[in-house]
Ligand binder design. Structure first.
Ligand code: MG
Length: 487
């Protein structure tokens, strides 16, 4: 088949895009490391969290906590929110740390209560008062917590228990390692239920390998889980007689990220037949499988440093924050929710244009209203007026303008409500807090050079892509670059 310019694929759709915070030239990247869970392998989040919630509920029930009738409700919470341990609230903050939305238990705080509680509060993620929801069992944990806040307020929980005690109770019962082990066993027994296959991921990695990149798998999962899961998700899409092992120049399991990036930890070779560990003497082997170790070992093994590495993972802190901060590796974040978020925004586009136009119209009416009000004040208080209008005329005009912009609210309000409940009826979009960027988006911007909804998005961008960050916007750009609106 011949291929001419017109037959080449068009620009990928927005949900398959790779988005750039800091310009990244893939040609200068010599090695790409990948996390496995929720990066190379995608799980059905709802199934995973529903199971975690079920285990959590059982554990709490054993201790006499009244959890009867509670069900996992994904609309009650989402990634990127915070738990305020002092007040027992779930909160969403914008990029400055201002709280834009809050729930106490399963009910939204009314405007006045929210203002009273948070008008002087700026969220600092390092403050013990807050728990940032960005870990594996965040959804099940925060859903249970917020449901139990209702029961704590109803005095159904032990006497003397406060909101932070309740959080500790829920957290302890999540028993991370145990539950993860149990869930992973369920996934191994029935991967079809939990795993979402993506043919594009192994294909993208094959291209990167052909282009001479060294590929690394660096996962916190154990070998007993990693091997069968990579076999299940990758081998079916690879050429005959090859396996996922042929793709990687090095495999690190039980990596203990984020310490993997910052500390000097011992490394062991895995005896593949039985999973036993043996000490490493001398150099690491090409395509070997190792347990533990650390990033500096990898850098010296490949004789590469800093910006020659790109590490791609889904966890803001463990995967991209530390690797960038300590090693200055280039970083890519997988934000799975972005795909649905972009589809929701696309579907809402027409209404968004309508909303923006209405808001512009309202601002202009408000501006004129204020001018008339000022003129009236000057007239009444003996100031210098700009016109010859009488007090009656100004009063009439003022009331007309006010009636006009207030009438617009009837059209604006339903659109604004809809815009704030895209993706999640209670919390809206992950990357937005009202019109502004969310605190989660701020973290993404800070720590990841690029971000995408899935690794297979690399496929259409090729291993040679020059990824340029867009011109960033400032409020005054609206006057000189009106097209840069909403970035
Ligand atoms: Mg992961």
């Amino acid at each position: 088949m011949t291929l001419n310019m017109d037959q080449l694929p068009k620009l990928p759709s927005p949900q398959h895009g790779i988005y750039c915070n800091r310009t990244l030239n893939l040609r200068t990247i010599r090695a790409i490391g990948y996390d496995m869970d929720y990066t190379l392998i995608h799980y059905n989040v709802y199934e995973w969290e529903k199971r975690a919630y079920k285990y959590l509920k059982l554990k709490l029930e054993e201790q006499g906590i009244p959890v009867d009738g509670l069900e996992f409700d994904p609309n009650l919470t989402m990634q990127g929110l915070l738990i305020d341990l002092e007040l027992g609230n779930l909160i969403k903050a914008n990029r400055f740390g201002f709280i834009v939305h809050a729930f106490h238990g399963t009910k939204a705080l009314d405007f006045e209560t929210q203002r009273k509680n948070y008008a002087r509060v700026l969220v600092d993620l390092s403050d013990d008062r807050y728990v940032f929801l960005n870990t594996l069992f965040s959804l099940s944990e925060s859903c249970m917590y917020t449901q139990l806040v209702d029961r704590l307020d109803d005095r159904q929980l032990p006497e003397g228990m406060g909101y932070s005690d309740l959080y500790r109770l829920v957290r302890e019962n999540i028993n991370y390692a145990h539950m993860e082990g149990q869930l992973k066993q369920e996934i191994l027994n029935d991967p079809d239920t939990f795993v979402m296959l993506d043919e594009g991921t192994p294909k993208a990695l094959m291209d990167q390998k052909l282009a001479g990149k060294k590929l690394l798998l660096i996962t916190n999962s154990e070998w007993e889980y990693t091997h069968p899961m990579m076999t299940y998700t990758f081998d079916r899409f690879l050429p005959e007689n090859t396996t996922w092992r042929d793709l990687f120049d090095l495999v690190i399991v039980s990596a203990r990220k984020p310490n993997f990036f910052s500390d000097s930890l011992p490394v062991y070779e895995i005896v593949e037949e039985n999973g036993l560990l043996k000490p490493v003497f001398g150099e690491l082997k090409q395509a070997g499988v190792y347990h533990g170790g650390c990033a500096s070992l990898i850098e010296s093994h490949f004789n590469l440093t800093g910006a020659e590495f790109l590490y791609v993972g889904d966890h803001i802190f463990s995967d991209v924050h530390v690797s960038k901060k300590v090693l200055r590796w280039r970083t890519g974040l997988v934000v799975r929710e972005l795909e649905d978020e972009l589809i929701a925004l696309e579907n809402f586009h027409e209404k968004q244009v309508k909303l923006s136009n209405l808001m512009e119209e309202k601002s202009e009416l408000e501006r004129k209203y204020n001018l008339v009000r000022l003129e009236l004040l000057r007239l009444q208080k003996g100031g210098q007026t700009e016109s010859d209008a009488s007090e009656e005329e100004l009063l009439l005009l003022r009331d007309q303008l006010r009636a006009e912009f207030e009438a617009l609210d009837a059209f604006i309000a339903p659109l604004a409500i809809e815009s704030n409940s895209l993706m999640n009826e209670n919390w809206g979009l992950l990357m937005r807090a009202g019109k502004d960027k969310s605190q989660f988006a701020r973290q993404v911007e800070h720590h990841s050079d690029i971000y995408m909804s899935r690794v297979s998005n690399f496929l259409e961008h090729t291993p040679f892509a020059m990824m340029r960050s867009p011109r960033s916007s400032l409020p005054h750009d609206l006057t000189t670059y009106p097209d840069s609106i909403n970035r």
